[in-house]
Design a protein around this ligand. Structure first.
Ligand code: PLP
Length: 285
C-alpha cells in the first residue's frame, strides 16, 4: 500500500505529494523540522516536539500556518491512515514557494508536510549494544538550538563517521564537546552525568531532557556543563541520545575504547528507565 503523506492540509498518496522546485526549503534550506517517535501507534512526547517546533520557527521568524493542536491532530490522523506501529514521523515547515531571492518573500504560504516511516527494530537493538564514534571539528553556526533543515555540516560529519566505520560523529568546538551530528552526548563519571549546557551550540534534545530527569530520579547528579574531548575519552561511560536511537552506549571514540568497552551499568539503568517511560502513560502524549 502506498504511503499517505500530509501536505499543506491534505492527505495524499506519496507520489502525489509534490512540492515546487522553488520551495525555499529546497533553494535555501529555509525551514525547520521535527522528528517524532511513534510507539505502538502513539506519538511519544509530541507536545515537547511541537513546543520546540514553535521555538525554532520563531527563531527564524517563520509564522507557523497551523496551531500545535492542528498539527497534533493531523499527525495522529496520518499515523492512523498509515497504520503505523513503530515509526518515526518527519515534519517540515518551510517558508514556502517564491522566486529565488534571499529576503523573505511577500505573501508566500509556508509549506508543511509530514511523513511517517517504519523504524527498523533490529537497528534499535544494534544501537543499544554500543556504537563507535569519531570526533570532528564543530564547524556549524551559532544557532544550533534551532532545528533548521539546513544540515550540511551534520551530513558531512555523519558521512565522515561512516567512512571511518563509526556510527556517529561527535562535534568538538574549541576543545569542548558539544553534541553528535544527530544526537546529544553524555559522559558518566562515578555518580555524575555530564552533558553540554543548552544554548546556541546544541539542540535542546527532547530525549536529552527526559534522560536528565530520569538520571536525577535514579540518584545521579547531573552537570549541564562544558567538558573536553579528553574528559569524554576518560569517562567511565559515554552515551548518545536521540528520538530515533533512544539511548545508545558509546563503546569507542576515535578508535579508543571507552570504559570497559561495552554498555556501562548507569547507561543500562537509564535505558531500562526509558523503556518504562515509553510504556507508561506519562511518557506518551
Ligand atoms: C544535532 C542534533 N542534536 C541532538 C538531537 C537529539 O534530539 P532529540 O532527542 O530531540 O531527537 C538531534 C536529533 O535529531 C540532532 O539532530
Amino acid at each position: 500500500m502506498e504511503q499517505i503523506v500530509f501536505l499543506n492540509g491534505r492527505f495524499v498518496p506519496e507520489r502525489q505529494a509534490v512540492i515546487s522546485v522553488e520551495d525555499r526549503g529546497n533553494t535555501f534550506g529555509d525551514g525547520v523540522y521535527e522528528v517524532v517517535r511513534i510507539y505502538e501507534g502513539r506519538p511519544f512526547q509530541l507536545e515537547a516536539h511541537l513546543a520546540r517546533l514553535e521555538r525554532s520557527a520563531a527563531a527564524i521568524r517563520l509564522p507557523l500556518p497551523m496551531t500545535p493542536e492542528e498539527i497534533s491532530s493531523a499527525a495522529r490522523e496520518l499515523i492512523e491512515r498509515n497504520g503505523c506501529a513503530d515509526a518515526s514521523l518527519y515534519l517540515q515547515v518551510s517558508r514556502g514557494v517564491a522566486p529565488r531571492q534571499h529576503q523573505f518573500p511577500d505573501g508566500a504560504q509556508p509549506t508543511v508536510f509530514m511523513i511517517a516511516r517504519p523504524v527498523d527494530p533490529k537497528a534499535i537493538t544494534t544501537y543499544r549494544q554500543g556504537v563507535g564514534c569519531i570526533s570532528v571539528e564543530d564547524r556549524r553556526w551559532t544557532m544550533c538550538h534551532v532545528k533548521a533543515i539546513t544540515l550540511l555540516p551534520n551530513v558531512l560529519a555523519k558521512q565522515a563517521a561512516k567512512d571511518a566505520g563509526a556510527f556517529e560523529a561527535i562535534f568538538v568546538r574549541e576543545g569542548v564537546v558539544t553534541e553528535g551530528s544527530s544526537s546529544n552526548v553524555f559522559a558518566v563519571s562515578g555518580k555524575r552525568l555530564y552533558t553540554h549546557p543548552e544554548g546556541p551550540f546544541i539542540l535542546s534534545g527532547v530525549t536529552r531532557r527526559l534522560v536528565i530527569d530520569l538520571a536525577r530520579r535514579l540518584g545521579l547528579e547531573v552537570c549541564e556543563a562544558p567538558f573536553t574531548l579528553s574528559d569524554l575519552k576518560e569517562a567511565d561511560e559515554v552515551f548518545l541520545t536521540s528520538t530515533v536511537i533512544e539511548i545508545a552506549p558509546v563503546v569507542r571514540i576515535d578508535g579508543q575504547r571507552v570504559g570497559k568497552g561495552g554498555p556501562g551499568t548507569r547507561t543500562v539503568d537509564l535505558q531500562q528507565a526509558f523503556d518504562k517511560l515509553k510504556e507508561g502513560p506519562s511518557g506518551v502524549d
